[in-house]
Design a protein around this ligand. Sequence first.
Ligand code: UD2
Length: 348
Amino acid sequence: MLIAAQTCSMNVALATPHPRYVYFNFFSERLNGDILINEDQKSTSLSRLVFRSRVRNMVSPEKLLYKQPSVLVGRTDVVSVTPWLAPIVWEGTFDPVLVDNIYKPMNLTVATTVFAIGKYVRFLQDFLETAEKHFMVGFHVRYYVFTDRPHDVPSVNLSQGRHLSVIQVPGSNRWQEISARRMEIIQTTIERQIRREADYIFCLDVDSKFHARWGSESLGRLVAVIHPGYYEQTRDRFPYERRPASTAYIPMDEGDYYYGGAMIGGFVEDVYTLTKVCRTRFEEDAGNSIEAAWQEESHLNRYLLDNKPSKVLSPEYLWQDFKAKTKEVKVIRFSGVIKNYADVRPNV
Ligand code: UD2
């Protein structure tokens, strides 16, 4: 079926849309240009969902020269493996040349979702410009920008092989709802399009900037990041949801790490399952008039306690600008900017 822009039930007048961005409405079809949508693509029947993500062999190119790995010398100031044997990625634990040479021939596409609702649209320019410098450089990247203000999405020059879609979603007068609804919107957008367009996905907070390489070392089946505010704390001090009435509940004597909600990643299929479960639990809680302490971050932490991530990113991959760098963090790769909550959020 051929759907033309003017046939869409959309009421946004895109005055000067960016010529290389693609515009969608979350509730209808693509807005600019024509798109071929066949019946299979429109299907959202779970049992029939097909994903691009698949496990591949780690093939190193012939004659690639790189530093000899050592079994005796390496980082000793930090732990670089979890008790379930997933790597914790720190500077000095991987060889960027080697990992890039293994992953680049796989011809992967990495989806990146980011929400910019209400005044948060102001963070997009820096987010995108710094991502173009540091995030998955040399890979195919598809940004999915969810916003209620498509006109205000800045025009940023994207490198070759990188695309950006603007998807209009409703605004809200509660930041808690915006934060929590991300799971539902990501789940639905994976079903509709991302599962066909990308192998891996990263879902990131927009009020952030990249400062240094974030590359193929971060790829894995299910990837989480350790929150910079809690990695020195004992588990009883983590801000997990502590009320047994919530489906996000974690008792005081359980928990591995405190993961940041500003990043979830991995195979599109694995992130799809995560978002679906968290969304269902969030809705179950809402039915019981309970909202987890840190909305989707609380549900994420509960999910990851039961479903261990296959790769864990150190706080290098999620820092906060107001926090002084600590000695174990050799490189800050991605960091949340300082923001005035009262100014940017729709409610306090
Ligand atoms: C923490 C988490 C965040 C999320 C939130 C849950 C970190 C560093 N941050 O951040 O990921 O789990 O707690 O409450 O782990 N947004 C909008 N418009 C709004 C409000 C939010 O677009 O009006 C989007 C935007 O993409 C933003 C994200 O939601 O980056 C998270 O919201 P936040 O930055 O206000 O949450 P924050 O800083 O308390």
